[in-house]
Design a protein around this ligand. Structure first.
Ligand SMILES: NC(=O)C1=CN([C@@H]2O[C@H](COP(=O)(O)OP(=O)(O)OC[C@H]3O[C@@H](n4cnc5c(N)ncnc54)[C@H](O)[C@@H]3O)[C@@H](O)[C@H]2O)C=CC1
Ligand SMILES: O=C(O)[C@H]1O[C@H](OP(=O)(O)OP(=O)(O)OC[C@H]2O[C@@H](n3ccc(=O)[nH]c3=O)[C@H](O)[C@@H]2O)[C@H](O)[C@@H](O)[C@@H]1O
Length: 480
């Protein structure tokens, strides 16, 4: 029986390994983590992450060929294939701080593999890493090899949170990079055989190591760039009377462009887009390519601009002050169908509103009170935004209440900000909400999900990103 061990039981390691276990009953899969509490949660009724469809798969396979264990070393020693799916955040200190990927976790995993291994291993980079990381890992392993043969493969993950299971079941492609030596090709084939249990062969792409590593960064940069492109257009739409949804639709109909990922928003969030683009920028700079670095940097700058622009619309529309006013925040996760708040635009929007001394009442169906409090009081690292480096004071956090119902959040509020596109926000009883709000009552839709016409008929003053402006708002321009 082939034995797989995955180091890192997070948003990638957990779902990916659960699907491998489901699709490959003949393979034993063990997921390990240094976080004992995370492993305990994977073994409990309450999984550590919310992902539609995941719980069913885990329940089906757990204890059969899928195991979650805190015993990292034993399971690594016994495995034939080791996936490394640890976090690779942006460095916050030292050389490359604010841009380079922090490979501390990766390196310690590699050193541990070298320490405990007694048989040949295929080591698979699942984490997103800077191009050429495989070379560094090879060096660490080969300098400590004790005669063991290690083959390093790059097998980046393309799943998106909220749709992880369907993405894993039916991937656009699986990418495997390896050395162009006979041993390297053999290792590629071994991993290919795992995916071939359910992925059609023509969707399994093999490349050299560096192409695979760079393709992951490139894919995320291209995706984020589309969002910044449409968000930049949304500002121009507001200035000209064009409607960004109509523009996206017309542009996306061109099959060379395509219709996906053209939804204007308050800005993209998530743990990877910003981190991976910053990493790409750093790699470009290290390779003496400042023009290329600046090109990609602009994707992040437009994203920051979009969040700032949204807050400015809120404040300027409400007579240039939100001090003491209650603002309902609907949605805090970085997208729907996840409880993940990493780099969610809601953090930046809420912090800016709190700086303007608003009182916030936040509702999100999946994010816990503790998580929101932590996010709003945490020192957030952000390049070009020194203001974000200032920690929130405990008194600011007191201006936040977290409730478990959208109606409760909006009660007596002056305004509602929709920051995550949860489906339930489409079907709220907006008349009931309006009746219980202060007047004039504002809706600032950061996800273009409300029926603007209907809400205006009820009496709301509505701002929807990139849509023709409400006459009220038109007269109160937001200078970002
Ligand atoms: N979150 C996502 O949707 C995607 C993430 N990625 C990439 O996958 C990697 C992992 O991301 P997530 O799963 O979101 O991170 P995560 O933070 O949810 O999980 C990483 C896990 O690794 C564990 N860990 C760290 N060092 C360890 C060590 N030495 N030994 C054992 N366990 C260790 C941590 O305790 C944590 O539970 C990152 O490089 C990310 O860029 C790639 C595609 C999608
Ligand atoms: O490397 C990663 O971590 C992953 O990053 C993204 O996945 P994820 O961040 O989970 O979610 P997305 O669906 O890409 O959404 C990212 C952000 O962009 C926003 N977005 C997305 C699409 C769009 O049209 N407009 C828009 O504002 C979302 O609301 C969200 O805040 C990529 O889509 C995955 O392919 C990749 O594997």
């Amino acid at each position: 029986m082939v034995k797989i061990c995955c180091i890192g039981a997070g948003y990638v390691g957990g779902p990916t390994m659960a699907v491998i276990a489901l699709k490959c009953p003949s393979i034993q899969v063990v997921v390990v983590d240094i976080s004992v509490s995370r492993i305990t949660a994977w073994n409990s009724e309450q999984l550590p992450i919310y992902e539609p469809g995941l719980e069913d798969i885990v329940k089906q396979c757990r204890g059969k060929n899928l195991f979650f264990s805190p015993d990292v070393e034993k399971n690594v020693a016994e495995a034939d294939i080791i996936f490394v799916s640890v976090n690779t955040p942006t460095k916050t200190q030292g050389l490359g701080a604010g841009r380079a990927a922090d490979l501390t976790y990766w390196e310690s995993a590699a050193r541990m593999i070298a320490d405990v291994s007694t048989s040949n291993k295929i080591v698979v980079e699942k984490s997103t890493v800077p191009v050429k990381t495989a070379e560094a890992i090879e060096k660490i392993l080969s300098f400590n090899s004790k005669g063991i043969n290690y083959q390093i493969l790059s097998n980046p993950e393309f799943l998106a949170e909220g749709t992880a299971i369907q993405d894993l079941f039916n991937p656009d492609r699986v990418l495997i990079g390896g050395r162009e030596t006979p041993d390297g090709q053999k290792a590629i084939q071994t991993l290919k055989d795992v995916y071939a249990h359910w992925v059609p062969e023509d969707r399994i792409i093999t490349t050299n190591l560096w192409s695979a590593e760079l393709s992951k960064l490139a894919a995320n940069a291209f995706l984020a760039q589309r969002i910044s492109s449409v968000n930049a257009m949304s500002a121009l739409c507001e200035a000209t009377g064009a409607d960004v949804s109509q523009v996206s639709h017309a542009v996306g109909k061109d099959t060379r462009i395509g219709s996906k990922f053209l939804n204007a928003s308050v800005g993209f969030g998530g743990s990877c887009f910003q981190k991976d683009i910053l990493n790409l920028v750093y790699i470009c700079e290290c390779n003496g390519l400042p023009e290329v670095a600046n090109y990609w940097k602009q994707v992040i700058k437009v994203n920051d601009y979009q969040k700032k622009r949204f807050v400015n619309r809120v404040v300027s529309s409400m007579f240039n002050t939100v001090s003491g006013k209650k603002i309902a925040i609907l949605g805090f996760a970085f997208k729907k169908d996840t409880g993940d708040t990493r780099e969610t635009p809601a953090i930046d929007v809420c912090k800016e509103l709190l700086r303007d001394r608003a009182r916030l009442s936040i509702y999100d169906p999946q994010v816990t009170v503790d998580q929101i409090q932590r996010d709003l009081s945490m020192d957030k690292f952000d390049w070009d935004h020194p203001v974000h480096l200032q920690p929130m004071s405990p008194s600011t956090v007191k201006k936040v209440s977290i409730v478990w119902d959208a109606y409760e959040a909006a009660r007596d509020a002056h305004a509602i900000c929709i920051l995550t596109e949860w489906d339930e926000f489409k079907t709220l009883d907006y008349q009931r909400i309006f009746d219980n709000m202060q007047k004039p009552a504002f809706v600032f839709d950061g996800r273009n999900m409300v029926n603007v016409k209907k809400l205006r008929e009820i009496g709301f003053i509505v701002y929807s990103i990139g849509k023709p402006l409400d006459p009220w708002i038109k007269d109160m321009p937001a200078v970002a």
